[in-house]
Design a protein around this ligand. Structure first.
Ligand code: SF4
Length: 480
């Protein structure tokens, strides 16, 4: 295709993809974090959950919430915003001491940014209360929603988490225990779900049978049981990691201890989201025993092997490109440097006061260190390229800072398919690799060269193949 045609298509695509969306909107966003704690005695557990949610803030910035179970009654506080916006010392102190507390940070993938969608959600039925925090998306949500509505259900939220709550409640009316009801609901739902549930007397943690999203269990020096999306949140509250839940496993925390139920284990192939390792999770976390930081280093090394280039410096896009950049440098021998600085104080909720200056948002968030860039051939590593809009601006920023060459490398393969399991890449329309060849994308983002991690290299993260990589290879683990 001639350059002029590429430029015309670019212009159309820029409009179609609304390229001038905010910086936040050009990134693939993490999708929800859950946290729960069960103690033998009543304690100020809301504070502990607060610290846990703080450690999980990277998984969702739209809303935060905590539900405390005191003497079988639920007390909650939840709202739109970051954990630090939603909770103050005063709001935390207003929540009573209790023996179970669960919390949630949300980035809405279905349902939109509405206060009513804040989690944990609470439902009341004639056998008691239920509070539920969910990370993931159901791939059969529409069908279930329709069936439930046809049977008389009235939904108060637009989130698929309420579907899970409804199903558990329906089964609870017939089953002898809450864990039996949860187990039955797991037969109905498909897709990604890591759940933390509080009943009047029990805390229950569940990981879906494919294990799409992470979920781990730890114990504090006081003997309190802690559940979290990532190990970084266990350590933030002083808990020691005990195990990651197996796909399909349910842990039931009750007065007498912990029971592991595995009736859903091994009923489906394990398919943990590979993008947790590439981007979603915090580098200091381990998922299923695999270090996220080390995975990213390895991806950088594999990228260097697959696409060598002559250059003077390797830099990463902060924060999630830094580890892969280190790996690329170690393998290639090209010195690693800090070439871009991120404004730590801008936060994810930054909004522009005007419409016209949207292109400046990347500049406000990131700035180049001219002394490291000027006159140099730069290898620029990012974790992935979704729409290409942010990368285009960063490349221009480096050129403006005096880079003589910019070689862009993605530590993920090209996104060619939407995700239905709890991320916001829900349409091929938004994926630049669906519309252009690598050569064309390279021109569109203004780089000298562009390379992606080869698909086969992903398997090297653990030497296994039990990952979901559907957004790269189109092989969906469930019916869509
Ligand atoms: S489709 Fe991609 S982002 Fe979605 S769960 Fe699978 S690997 Fe993760």
């Amino acid at each position: 295709m001639r350059m002029a045609e590429v430029e015309v298509r670019l212009k159309r695509t820029l409009v179609a993809h609304r390229i001038f969306k905010s910086y936040k909107e050009t990134l693939m966003e993490e999708k929800c974090g859950v946290f729960g704690i069960k103690s033998k005695v009543d304690k100020p557990l809301a504070q502990t959950v607060y610290y846990g949610l703080y450690a999980l803030q990277h998984r969702g910035q739209e809303s935060a919430g905590i539900v405390v179970n005191y003497d079988r009654e639920f007390y909650s506080h939840k709202d739109l915003g970051l954990v630090s916006d939603v909770f103050s010392q005063e709001t935390l102190e207003k929540l009573p001491e209790g023996n179970i507390a669960i919390g949630h940070v949300r980035y809405g993938t279905t349902g939109g940014t509405l206060r009513v969608n804040c989690q944990p959600i609470e439902v009341h039925h004639h056998k008691g209360n239920l509070a539920l925090a969910h990370n993931g998306n159901l791939s059969n949500a529409k069908k279930l929603h329709k069936n439930l509505e046809a049977s008389g259900a009235i939904f108060h939220t637009t989130s698929d988490t309420e579907i899970i709550a409804y199903l558990i409640t329906q089964h609870r009316l017939k089953e002898k225990s809450i864990e039996d009801a949860v187990s039955k609901a797991m037969n109905d739902i498909e897709g990604a779900y890591s759940l933390v549930i509080s009943s009047p007397t029990k805390m229950i943690a569940v990981r879906d049978p494919h294990g799409f999203r992470p979920l781990c269990y730890g114990i504090t020096p006081d003997g309190d049981h802690v559940i979290a999306s990532e190990t970084c949140a266990l350590y933030a509250v002083g808990a020691q990691w005990v195990k990651d839940l197996e796909p399909g496993e349910m842990l039931v925390f009750e007065e007498d201890g912990v029971i592991s139920r595995k009736e859903h284990c091994n009923t489906k192939p394990k398919r943990t989201c590979i993008f947790e390792y590439i981007y979603f999770a915090r580098p200091d976390s381990k998922i299923d025993g695999i270090s996220v930081h080390r995975s990213r280093l390895l991806l950088g090394k594999l990228l260097a092997k697959a696409s060598p280039v002559e250059a003077d410096i390797v830099i990463g896009v902060p924060d999630s490109g830094l580890d892969a950049a280190l790996g690329y440098s170690a393998e290639s021998g090209i010195p690693y440097g800090i070439g871009l600085i991120k404004n730590k104080y801008i936060g994810r909720t930054f909004i522009s006061p005007g419409q016209e200056d949207r292109t400046d948002k990347v500049k406000i968030k990131l700035s180049p260190i001219r002394s490291e860039i000027e006159g140099r051939r730069v290898v620029l590593i990012d974790d992935s390229i979704v729409r290409g809009t942010t990368m285009r601006r960063i490349v221009q920023m480096l050129r403006d800072a005096g880079a003589v060459e910019v070689h862009v490398k993605s530590s993920a393969p090209p996104f060619l398919h939407p995700c239905f399991y709890g991320t916001d890449i829900d349409s091929e329309e938004n994926l630049i690799a669906c519309h252009y060849s690598i050569e064309e994308i390279c021109r569109l983002i203004g780089a000298d060269t562009l390379s992606y991690l080869p698909l086969e290299a992903l398997k090297e993260i653990s030497g296994r193949e039990d990952f979901c990589a559907a957004c790269f290879d189109g092989s969906y683990p469930t019916d869509i």
